[in-house]
Design a protein around this ligand. Structure first.
Ligand code: PMP
Length: 443
């Protein structure tokens, strides 16, 4: 009997080895990691150069406490990271994960407001559905009732606006018009809450698991920036999943030239080699906080030399292997393949995403976009059937939102054309099996 528990007690196969885009279990069975873990292992498993950089650091020092010592890997990593971000984003605060990065962003924003004489600003508007982490602060801006409902007395529920699920709308508007309509919901919410009380708006520029790689219409992004500026509200991008290159640019927001005031990163930053996250902000926000007595926030493991050495080596590998370009090219190939699968599998109602952050959504009826009945549990069965066929997928049902079951296909950014084609073959076979099992129509 295991002493471990997570969401529940349950047996999963024991993973014993991982290399490139593959994982092996204790019986020696090989599976393709089509989810990069949980969209984490962006540069693939067991990258030799990253391991070598970590081994080298292991022999020097694994932990130096940031308030007692500077350390060279953390300094170099911060500089290398800032170089890859839009010009103003240069003040780097390291943490050990995505929730910590989001918490740090929320707390920095609040301290900035207090430090700049705007103590009445505290509300953080976010989107529904959306996910920003599992700690109580991050949960308060998370729009996913399955995760938040138990904790309401402990957390402050923050105002939410609908995520831009424009693909579901049947309103006769163009996508550009819909993008503006969704963005303007932010302005309406700010006005309803009282603009002087609103501190920030947080969003995932390309959605993660709760929305299934939701991409807003192009017009959305600039309008959101404009509205935040109009009311002096900070724009926080949660790029925990979409950042670090997964969408084909280092930040997903870069696709729209949309610059946030604060960005949260994790997952692909440490790429599975070390627990790592970062919150990055401009001097105009960090400066007033530091000169008003300092940022009253921090985590013990932050910026430790071993994790930093790993993170720096990951960044260098992204450049050396040209992984942004490959994520973009292989993302196009995978997207084209998913769209082709949708022509033969009517259960797929929508295919979306950017680069290698891609998802397909199941529907009962493509014309109305009515979701599949929840009791079919289609997304979980999809994952299980794919796993039996040698492919790991990530899946969710968005409860409380308008959309239904979806699965994400997010292999590491080192994936080759042959491997993409193999993933598509397995998906085709898996969809057939799912349709047979659930009695779904197949064209
Ligand atoms: N934000 C987003 C967009 C995420 O996808 C996640 C993790 N799935 C988090 C925050 C939380 O990150 P972590 O699990 O590392 O705390």
């Amino acid at each position: 009997m295991s002493n471990l528990f997570y969401q529940a007690k349950g047996r999963r196969p024991i993973g014993t080895r991982a290399e490139g885009v593959y994982i092996w279990d204790e019986d020696g069975r090989q599976v393709i990691d089509g989810a990069s873990g949980a969209m984490v292992v962006n540069i693939g498993h067991s990258n030799e150069r990253v391991l070598a950089a970590m081994r080298e650091q292991l022999d020097k020092a694994t932990f130096l406490y940031r308030l007692q010592f500077e350390n060279e890997p953390a300094e170099r990593f911060a500089t290398a990271l800032a170089e890859r971000l839009p010009a103003e984003l240069e003040e780097v605060f390291f943490v050990s994960g995505g929730s910590e990065a989001v918490e740090s962003a929320l707390k920095l924003a609040r301290q900035w407001a207090v430090a700049t004489g705007q103590p009445e600003r505290w509300k953080i508007i976010s989107r529904f559905p959306g996910y920003h982490g599992s700690t109580l602060g991050a949960l308060s801006v998370t729009g996913y009732d399955l995760l938040t409902q138990h904790y309401l007395p402990l957390m402050t529920e923050m105002p939410k606006i609908p995520a831009p699920t424009a693909y579901l709308d049947r309103d006769g508007l163009t996508m550009a018009e819909r993008g503006l309509r969704y963005a303007d919901m932010l302005e309406a919410k700010i006005l309803a809450e009282g603009p002087e009380s609103v501190l920030a708006f947080i969003m995932e520029p390309v959605g993660g698991a709760t929305t299934g790689a939701l991409v807003a219409p192009d017009s959305y992004y600039a309008r959101i920036r404009e509205i935040c500026d109009r009311y002096g509200i900070l724009l926080i991008h949660d790029e925990v999943m979409s950042g670090a290159g997964r969408t084909g640019k280092y930040l997903a927001g870069d696709h729209w030239g949309c610059q946030p005031d604060i960005v949260a990163l994790s997952k692909g930053l440490g790429a599975g080699y070390a627990p790592l996250g970062a919150m990055v902000a401009p001097e105009r926000i960090v400066g007033p906080v530091l000169s008003s007595g300092g940022f009253a926030h921090g985590h013990t493991y932050a910026g430790n030399p071993l994790a930093s050495a790993a993170g720096l080596a990951v960044l260098e590998e992204i450049d050396r292997l040209g992984l942004l370009g490959n994520a973009s090219d292989m993302g196009d190939r995978l997207m084209a393949g998913l769209r082709e699968l949708a022509t033969r599998h009517p259960v797929i109602g929508d295919v979306r995403g950017k680069g290698l952050l891609l998802a397909a959504e199941f529907v009962a009826d493509r014309d109305t976009m009515e979701p599949l009945a929840p009791e079919l549990n289609a997304h979980e069965r999809m994952v299980e059937l794919a796993f039996e066929r040698g492919l790991i997928l990530y899946s969710r049902r968005t409860r409380g939102g308008r959309s239904g079951d979806h699965f994400l296909v997010c292999p590491p950014m080192i994936v080759t054309a042959d491997e993409v084609d193999r993933i598509l073959e397995i998906l085709d076979d898996t969809l057939l099996a799912l349709e047979r099992e659930l009695g779904l129509p197949n064209a």
